[in-house]
Ligand binder design. Structure first.
Ligand SMILES: Cc1cc2nc3c(=O)[nH]c(=O)nc-3n(C[C@H](O)[C@H](O)[C@H](O)COP(=O)(O)OP(=O)(O)OC[C@H]3O[C@@H](n4cnc5c(N)ncnc54)[C@H](O)[C@@H]3O)c2cc1C
Length: 401
């Protein structure tokens, strides 16, 4: 059977390798790192949110303007198929309270171990410490290895090289100019699901950096969500900020800065907050008043001292309005290397329905290096697995043509 090279042994590449091996092809994987799936293992540190248990239509809608393009991949290998596949490797999953799906052990290592074992059993040959360096002038794949340069001419190639965050785990976006030189349509790589700089005072960050803000809501451009995030030394990060990150990043690119409105008491209506604030406080300090009447203390109260001018704090109506909608101005997205995921990459228009690059016959692409985006919640990994499966099927069809 045909020989196929899969470059990048993350979730997308390994799934492409599995699909091709199952179709009877002779598959070799090549990865720059000493071992496979480094970023997948890192995702496991946060519990490994594999996918989400919401209804299929709601799930697909999470991919925003790319939802229609991703639908066929997800119909072929979606959230339930992913859970069934994990079960086939002996890894049970459960649905958390928010609908997020995790492996029972909340870790990536047992799943990755079982998967690699299974792939080897299917005859997949895995080469680590093989860094792909693009193509030679006559079209061979070019690798740097510990033993020196290596070239290969497989009948088909699947690129699953990831985005450009956490470069120390292998994905550094170095592929971008090589694909550009071959005429592949690309969108610039940008941080996604990332933190932002705010520029806190030394006093505030000294006291509150690392503190979580729980049970709050943030709103940007008519979008609003409840959840939690964390104050960092210079700004904000965490799931709720990641969910707003695309709008904030685009706002900064357009206007130089962007703001979100923070509701510190999402369960309480504005009237109630105003009424409680206006309650006579006698000799008690404003801090004590906030704590006893509104349960606002710690980092939540700290934010009010940091961001609300003194004269406004003296006016219950204006102060209440800010407790419900406190503008927090962000000045820059954190660098892409710190981001959870990467936006941009190979435009979906550059691919045919089998995920083959129109500009490079026989070369397929999958995973985070493609130009789609999604919030955290298991949507990133699910689309990486699904696209790996779609690229593997596409390559198998192309080889059988
Ligand atoms: C801290 C963190 C937590 C996360 N948690 C979750 C989560 O809980 N749920 C979720 O859905 N998603 C999560 N993600 C995102 C998820 O891990 C990624 O979207 C996913 O790993 C991308 O898969 P991929 O196969 O496309 O790329 P990657 O996993 O990045 O794999 C790409 C592979 O290609 C190799 N490579 C790159 N360039 C070359 C080259 N030139 N030559 C050879 N090999 C190369 C790399 O070494 C790497 O092994 C998290 C990400 C981070 C950073």
């Amino acid at each position: 059977m045909a020989e196929v090279a899969v470059i990048g042994a993350g979730p997308a590449g390994l799934m492409a390798a599995e699909t091709l091996a199952a179709a009877g092809h002779c598959v070799e994987t090549f990865d720059a790192m000493p071992s496979a799936g480094r970023k997948f293992l890192l995702a496991g540190k946060g519990g490994l949110n594999l996918t989400h248990a919401e209804g299929f239509e709601a799930f697909v809608a999470r991919y925003g303007e790319r939802a229609a393009a991703l639908r066929p991949w997800l119909e072929a290998f979606g959230p339930q198929a992913l859970r069934d596949w994990a079960a086939g490797l002996g890894i049970g999953t459960f649905v958390g309270s928010s609908g997020r799906v995790f492996p029972t052990e909340m870790k990536a290592a047992p799943l990755l171990r079982a998967w690699l074992h299974c792939l080897r059993g299917q005859g997949v040959l895995m080469h680590q410490r093989h860094r792909w360096q693009g193509w030679t002038d006559d079209g061979a794949l070019r690798f740097d290895t510990a033993q020196g340069p290596l070239t290969r001419r497989p009948q088909a190639t699947v690129l699953a090289l990831g985005g450009a965050s956490w470069a120390r785990l292998g994905s550094n976006g170095a592929w971008w100019p090589w694909l550009q030189a071959r005429g592949v349509e690309l969108a610039p790589l940008r941080p996604s699901n990332c933190g932002f700089d705010v520029g806190w005072s030394a006093h505030f960050s000294g006291r509150f950096a690392g503190e979580p803000l729980k049970s709050v809501a943030i709103a940007v451009d008519g979008w609003r969500q409840e959840g939690e995030f964390v104050v960092t030394q210079g700004g904000v990060e965490g799931s709720l900020v990641y969910a707003a990150s695309a709008a904030l990043r685009d706002g900064i690119e357009r206007d130089g800065s962007a703001s979100f409105e923070l509701d510190l008491l999402p369960a309480r209506p504005l009237d109630w907050v105003t009424h409680e604030l206006a309650h006579p406080r006698g000799p008690r300090s404003l801090s004590t008043h906030l704590k006893t009447r509104l349960n606002l203390a710690g980092v939540k109260a700290g934010l009010l001292w940091e961001l609300v001018p003194k004269d406004v704090r003296a006016d219950p109506v204006r102060f209440a309005a800010l407790i419900k909608a406190l503008p927090v101005r962000v000045t820059a997205a954190r660098p892409i290397d710190e981001a959870i995921s990467t936006a941009g990459g190979v435009k979906l228009e550059a691919l045919d329905e089998g995920l083959m690059l129109r500009a490079c016959p026989g070369v397929f692409c999958a995973g985070e290096m493609l130009d789609w985006g999604a919030p955290t919640g298991g949507y990133l990994l699910t689309a990486c697995f699904a696209s790996g499966c779609a690229a593997g099927r596409g390559a198998a069809r192309w080889l059988a043509r």
